[in-house]
Design a protein. Structure first.
Length: 436
């Protein structure tokens, strides 16, 4: 066990290429800054895309991703390397409770924010329980694994993507044939980057694909007059620095009932993150699981309180760590500070708002599909046995409940498809468990 709450961050010898830089080590400060900037680039595409799909202010999302990362850093005592960005798990619930149909700001954002805060509170309470269990018996991780084995977490993650599929398809179709073509072009841009590039460009397939699709759209619309031109006037008029558009939460039981179950997804994501970093670094980080959950939960509540999205640990940044083999937690402090500066730039936010709707529609198809496939990947990686009828029934029922948006209404309380599928998977697995 560590003797102090924070590591001492000894200077690492990184002269040899490929050497692992541990979480409690650091690089020289110029290299730390460069690595921090790279992590900002890695999380940027998805962290900005999520608020745009929900009608949130991307500047607030970027700002709160930085603040959330610092909150997480404080709770884990700088022991777990992680960046917290906008969570896609909230998209389906937010769109359902607000009725957001795309195009500009979400007029009912307050209702979503109240539910996001409630979800963060539930997530924090789960973290406190795991934290206490870990402190007493070291069994927090086992408890989570028992409650949500891979067959359950895989099904629930897949459901998020499948539940959002109709929204993605509608956004990709657009209002005209040109919109549909540009959505397909966007998909091809991302697919081309994913398959035909290597290294860091491939790691940034969402960001690079988005930029490439916007360039193609500008050539066709602004240059050839085939669609609605991109208007950069707002970018020119925006100030370089200023406050983003904060929003206040509104608490409604129906909205909270729909979004609070997302906490289960966040637990699964964070659990996977900690275990992945443990495997890559060779360090046992399970004892920090409860603190990681609490840090993520508190960051989500703080973000929702001012108009930001719910946050989660980011796989994109795990990818950067895997490529560079640099796990120093100080790098994420620098990344967080860079994000906070960007969050206070209205010009940056105005530039993000110029992304054409058809490009966002095509990107939605890719991102929501990747979420669904991520669930299937959990099954494959953990070798879930579908010859076991218990696993077969749990996965089958969960997918249909979520994809079909099976909704349960009890008075003023409403539990939407994602929530029903999540709780249904956990309960069904527990009921069908049998002693050997």
């Amino acid at each position: 066990m560590p003797n102090s709450y924070f590591p001492r961050w000894r200077l690492a010898d990184d002269a040899e290429p490929g050497v692992i830089i541990a979480p409690d080590e650091r690089l020289s400060w110029p290299k730390n800054v460069a690595m921090g900037a790279q992590h900002v680039v890695a999380m940027f595409g998805s962290t900005v895309l999520a608020p745009l799909l929900m009608g949130f202010d991307p500047n607030v999302a970027i700002l709160m991703s930085g603040i959330g990362t610092l909150i997480f850093f404080l709770f884990v005592g700088g022991r777990v390397p992680s960046y917290l960005g906008s969570s896609f798990a909230f998209i389906g619930g937010v769109i359902a409770v607000t009725g957001y149909a795309g195009g500009g700001a979400n007029a009912n954002i307050g209702v979503a924010l109240g539910a996001i805060i409630a979800c963060g509170l539930a997530y924090t309470l789960i973290g406190v329980i795991v934290w206490i269990v870990n402190a007493r018996a070291g069994g927090g991780a086992n408890w989570i694994d028992t409650l949500m084995p891979p067959v359950v977490t895989g099904a629930v993650v897949a459901v998020i993507g499948l539940n959002l599929a109709p929204i993605a398809a509608k956004g990709a179709m657009g209002a005209s044939g040109f919109d549909s073509v540009m959505a397909i072009v966007t998909i091809l841009c991302v697919g081309g980057i994913a398959v035909y590039t290597k290294g860091m460009v491939q790691r940034l397939l969402i960001l690079v694909g988005l930029i490439l699709a916007c360039v193609v759209y500008a050539i066709c619309a602004n240059g050839m007059g085939l669609g609605k031109p991109i208007d950069f006037s707002a970018v020119s008029a925006a100030a370089w620095f200023g406050l983003p558009h904060f929003a206040a939460p509104v608490f409604k039981a129906e909205a909270m009932g729909l979004i609070v179950p997302v906490a289960i997804i966040l637990v699964a994501e964070n659990l996977g993150h900690v275990k992945a970093v443990s495997a890559m670094t060779g360090q046992d980080l399970d004892r920090y699981l409860g603190r990681a959950f609490v840090g993520d939960g508190v960051a989500t509540m703080v973000s929702g309180a001012v108009g930001g999205t719910g946050v989660t640990t980011y796989a994109e940044n795990i990818g950067v760590m895997a490529v560079t083999r640099i796990y120093s937690t100080l790098v994420f402090v620098i990344a967080a500070l860079i994000a906070i500066v960007l969050g206070f730039s209205p010009k940056f936010g105005a530039l993000i708002q110029t992304i054409p709707a058809p490009v966002l529609g095509g990107m939605s198809v890719v991102v929501f599909g990747l979420i669904a496939i991520a669930g299937a990947r959990i099954w494959v990686v953990n070798q879930v046995d579908f010859s076991d009828n218990r696993n077969l029934i749990v996965a089958a029922v969960t997918l249909v409940l979520g994809a079909g948006d099976f909704t349960v209404k009890l008075g003023n309380f409403t539990l939407g498809g994602i929530g029903t599928a999540t709780f249904g998977a956990i309960i069904l697995y527990a009921l069908l468990r049998r002693k050997k």
